[in-house]
Design a protein around this ligand. Structure first.
Ligand SMILES: C[S@@+](CC[C@H](N)C(=O)[O-])C[C@H]1O[C@@H](n2cnc3c(N)ncnc32)[C@H](O)[C@@H]1O
Length: 221
């Protein structure tokens, strides 16, 4: 049986290498793991969620699609209660703050044997800043349109040395290199976001926000 996946989740799946053993953190319905197994991309999947109901839904869906023998299910805050025998962590549809907490609580992920795919739902600039300041490298980042919204997903790994400027917290070098056709629209969205936060009466912008805005305005796509 085939499963149809949203463009947002497909974008994440495109970053997963064939033969991977994945951990799908914040799995909810479990569709990402199920798709990767059905397509023969993932060998196995650990599906994890902080809440019981989503995890039950993932279990039911795994049975429905006949892949439960290749999946394990864990109630877990981030990766805290997970076995470590996966090679690719995927976390999609979760906010930047939560992603930072998940990574920060698991320094053992800072190991070249792990790849991490993140599809951040909000505050993505804070996530990129955290990655840059903590030795994570964004190898690839792409955009996908899903309904009315543009989403980004990134493929990262622990490889200290990539330091991002404030402007790059909003549009990373990897995203710039992606050549995605929605890039200019995304840059304009980021400029609008920063303008709203920094310009006008009663605003007290942080210097980094002003630097980021100036850098984004100079950026040519
Ligand atoms: C919006 S859903 C996204 C589901 C799916 N990954 C997707 O992208 O379609 C977010 C899921 O993350 C779970 N979640 C939030 N914080 C979490 C954490 N710290 N650890 C594990 N799961 C978490 C929520 O319970 C929820 O099921």
């Amino acid at each position: 049986m085939k499963i149809s996946l949203s463009p947002r989740l497909k974008m994440c799946c495109n970053f997963v290498a064939p033969g991977s053993r994945i951990a799908d953190v914040g799995c909810d319905h479990g569709y990402l793991s199920i798709y990767l197994i059905l397509e023969g991309i993932a060998r196995s999947a650990i599906a994890a969620d902080i809440k019981q109901m989503p995890l039950l839904s993932a279990k039911r869906n795994a049975q429905k699609y006949g892949v439960e023998d290749k999946m394990e299910f864990y109630l877990s805050d981030g990766v805290q209660s997970l076995p470590r025998d996966f090679d690719t962590l995927v976390c999609a549809g979760v906010g930047g703050d939560t992603m930072v907490s998940i990574l920060d609580a698991a320094p053992w992920l800072k190991d070249a044997r792990y790849r991490v795919v993140l599809q951040c739902q909000s505050k993505t600039h804070l996530l990129r800043r955290y990655l840059s300041e903590n030795g994570w490298r964004i190898y690839r980042e792409r955009l996908a349109r899903d309904g009315k919204f543009l989403y980004t997903a990134m493929d990262i790994g622990y490889a200290p040395g990539q330091v991002l400027t404030p402007g790059q917290w909003y549009v990373s070098p990897a995203l710039l290199e992606s050549g995605c056709e929605e890039l200019e629209e995304y840059r304009q969205n980021m400029i609008r976001l920063l303008s709203l936060a920094t310009e006008g009466e009663g605003k007290h912008p942080e210097p980094e926000q002003q630097t980021a805005l100036a850098q984004l305005r100079q950026l040519s796509i």
